[in-house]
Design a protein around this ligand. Sequence first.
Ligand SMILES: C[S@@+](CC[C@H](N)C(=O)[O-])C[C@H]1O[C@@H](n2cnc3c(N)ncnc32)[C@H](O)[C@@H]1O
Length: 270
Amino acid sequence: MSKSLSEMMQSWHLCPGSDSGAQIDALLAPLCARGVLPDGHESTSAILLGEQYHLGGAEDTRRMARLAGITAADRVVDLACYIGGPARQLARECQCEVVGVDISQVHIALAEKLTELVGLQERVTFMCESADALPLPGESFTVVWSQCPFPGDLSWLKETDRLLKPGGRLAFTGLIRRAACDDPALLSLDEISQKVEVMGFRVVGAEDISDMDLEHGWLPALAKLRANEAHYRELMGSDWVRKAGASIETDIMTWREARMGNGRVVAVKE
Ligand SMILES: C[S@@+](CC[C@H](N)C(=O)[O-])C[C@H]1O[C@@H](n2cnc3c(N)ncnc32)[C@H](O)[C@@H]1O
């Protein structure tokens, strides 16, 4: 982590009583402008989506939590947690304990700081590790959670199986192959469900959420960009705004033409 980032974070604070999400977005904005987030790479969607870097944001997290039946009795590991937005939401809304895992030191440093700012550090902790090999004991979680386009071969699922207690749930969202998709590396939702079942899990929910992600993810992201062009021009520059608009419009087209999409699987370890 660069010294300037840790120095910047030292001066961060949140005003109690005001919308903490909006305040966090404001804290993150200069980091996006400097290319610190997401981890030095340009990502249109990350910059527009803010604290939760997946389509559908907090509402999508709430929906997956309901499908997975997460309660205060659960200990959840969030694989590829980014800066911890969903992890904090799960702890706040379901009262569960969450361990967030991400491979980026910058993301983990920000996740820890934001969690401390909202006072959830007792229940939400983070580890900078690769999700496919975690230095954690087997059967130490009741839920493995992820909202991330992980490698399509699902090789990371082996670690999920090791980490989950029997009866625990796996809940994840990722890219799927759809009717007009030409990426041979992607699996269809049925193929993903079969792979999960072969590992000894019972799939209790498998859904193509592409239409929902279009409506609650891509279209609002484009609307946010268009409604706040002056703000993003000042923050990111005119070139970024132009490229961001074109890139989201392309994504919307690939989603509409069923060339790309997202699926969700919830399964119980038998
Ligand atoms: C799309 S973001 C995840 C968004 C996050 N789940 C959320 O909903 O806010 C992808 C994240 O995966 C992380 N990542 C990539 N490869 C990883 C790995 N092997 N293990 C853990 N994290 C990884 C990246 O650092 C990045 O933060």
